[in-house]
Design a protein around this ligand. Structure first.
Ligand SMILES: NC(=O)c1ccc[n+]([C@@H]2O[C@H](COP(=O)([O-])OP(=O)(O)OC[C@H]3O[C@@H](n4cnc5c(N)ncnc54)[C@H](OP(=O)(O)O)[C@@H]3O)[C@@H](O)[C@H]2O)c1
Length: 294
């Protein structure tokens, strides 16, 4: 599988499996484990989870049940807003690792910017990195101002920023800024979000004329067109699926290549439309939604 080299020298598979809200948000059971196991059997080795998803146990069980060596996987998890701060971040990763049944995270992210806590949170993450518990460090939903704040004191620079990014929200300026600072950009909700968002299919980019026309031209699905656009733009994608066909299709992106004109046509669909939280204020809501305690 195609991988991207991070600025710290480690490699991340370009297509990962998103695990938020498999079944439902905070669902952590045999259904989640079996879905992740199906993805592993289809070939995914990069799994994206978070303490807030409340499903780290099922994700970890799928990895163990697969019988595939831990070192073959790239597992990302994240520290939630209510866990930010120095000591609480140390504890948060310890708890995530216990739930995942692993000794380390391949990539540990600050899930959302919470500027008052960024410094102690990142300093704890640097300690976790020095202890080998978090192999790479990164961000999620960080705006340019949040990154500038962090770079003023960070001894270890972030190598990754996971953003809401799909054809209706392409974030060109932030993407360019992240890349100029050595961060790989990863796209969350790359297909226009899962059922957690309540967004109807007809409002998602997978039904946009440009995407559907390209899918017909290349005899692939609309989802594959969007994921290929991201990959050709050197971004990571972490689509989530519970359907056998989509799980497999989202990994099969090698049969076609979009032209530069077609990549530009998809860029042009941007309307700065978010389906999920806005980092300008998300931390305020997030503080009212703690990580499930199990
Ligand atoms: N950092 C953050 O703040 C943040 C926020 C949100 C999400 N995330 C991460 O990003 C991941 C993905 O985001 P998401 O789950 O919101 O949405 P998504 O991956 O954009 O979309 C998931 C939806 O698309 C459908 N789908 C999957 N493959 C498809 C295909 N080839 N063609 C058509 N439809 C397809 C799925 O249905 P089926 O199940 O029926 O295939 C599901 O309804 C999450 O799981 C999570 O890991 C991170």
């Amino acid at each position: 599988m195609q991988s991207i080299k991070l600025a710290d020298g480690r490699h991340i598979p370009q297509v990962g499996f998103g695990t938020a809200a498999i079944g439902a948000m905070h669902q952590d059971d045999g259904y989640v484990k079996d879905t992740v196991l199906k993805a592993i059997e289809a070939g995914y080795r990069h799994l994206d989870t978070a303490s807030f998803y409340g499903n780290e146990r099922s994700v970890g069980q799928a990895v163990q049940e697969s019988g595939i060596a831990r070192k073959e996987f790239f597992i990302t998890t994240k520290v939630w807003d209510t866990q930010q701060g120095y000591q609480s971040t140390l504890t948060a990763l310890e708890q995530s690792l216990e739930r995942l049944g692993t000794d380390y995270a391949d990539l540990y992210l600050v899930h959302w910017p919470y500027p008052d806590k960024t410094r102690p949170t990142w300093q704890a993450m640097e300690k976790l990195h020095s202890e080998g518990l978090a192999k790479s460090l990164g961000l999620s939903n960080f705006r340019k101002t949040d990154i500038q704040q962090l770079l003023e004191f960070a001894e270890i620079k972030p190598v990754y920023n996971q953003l809401e990014l799909h054809p209706y929200h392409t974030q060109p300026h932030l993407t360019e800024y992240c890349q100029s600072k050595g961060m790989v950009v990863s796209c969350w909700s790359p297909l226009g979000s899962g059922s957690w968002s309540g967004v109807a299919k007809e409002d998602k980019p997978i039904v946009a004329d440009t995407i559907v026309t390209l899918a017909e031209k290349y005899q692939v699905s609309a989802g594959q067109i969007i994921l290929k656009w991201d990959c050709q733009r050197q971004r990571i994608v972490i689509p989530k699926s519970e359907s056998d066909d989509n799980i497999k299709a989202n990994l099969q992106l090698d049969s076609f290549t979009l032209t530069d004109t077609e990549l530009d046509q998809i860029d042009a669909l941007n309307k700065n439309h978010r389906y999920g939280g806005d980092p300008d204020n998300a931390w305020q809501d997030n503080l009212n939604n703690p990580v499930p305690s199990r």
